[in-house]
Design a protein around this ligand. Sequence first.
Ligand code: 8DG
Length: 200
Amino acid sequence: MLTLPGRRCWLVANLSPNCHPRPQSAGRPASCPRLHFRRPGTIGTPDAADPTDSVALLSLVRNERTSLLPVIVGAALIRAGRLLACARARPPELAGWWELPGGKVEPGESERDALLRECREELAVPVIVGDQIGPTVPIPGREAVLKVYLATLVGEAEPQPLEHAELRWLAPDRFDSVAWLPADAPILAAIHGLLPAPAH
Ligand SMILES: Nc1nc2c([nH]c(=O)n2[C@H]2C[C@H](O)[C@@H](COP(=O)(O)OP(=O)(O)OP(=O)(O)O)O2)c(=O)[nH]1
């Protein structure tokens, strides 16, 4: 059960496997029998949902099946068994820490589109975005979560550090040669498990 800022209601989720969402159709907004609204203090049959709230909330809940927190997306760009690591240049408190390229998902943007945009803005390269890798991780000190997707470069273009201090391609046995932002740790472990050990 969730409460929503500015909404004086509960959002109740029915997790029964027999409960299926109804798609949007002409003249009728999308609705989902899994989700109902109840005013505080009410029990029993759910209230009829306000359709405006319903659509807004469904888009939040359906937003890539994530939490209601804002999402920071990162790209695990892999080439020849190596991962692209990027040293932050700003703000001062994050400068020098290493991360995956990416950033905030803008309102109305899908997570994949945000990654395409961020890779263009930060690295000047087109990419193909694959599946999410590793867990969705809360970012310490921020009301946001980090989600990382596998990605591959399109064509021969070399990523440029347009917004970062430095870029490095790291083999799995060199992941710990740089200081990663703490939220990345479980995701790096998942990427590590995916890549073959380098031949020496
Ligand atoms: N891009 C990226 N951000 C990460 C990672 N790990 C991690 O904790 N973060 C944190 C650092 C920042 O607090 C936040 C990303 O914010 P940001 O300021 O880079 O996002 P942005 O580029 O969209 O924002 P802006 O500066 O353009 O306003 O997520 C990561 O691997 N990649």
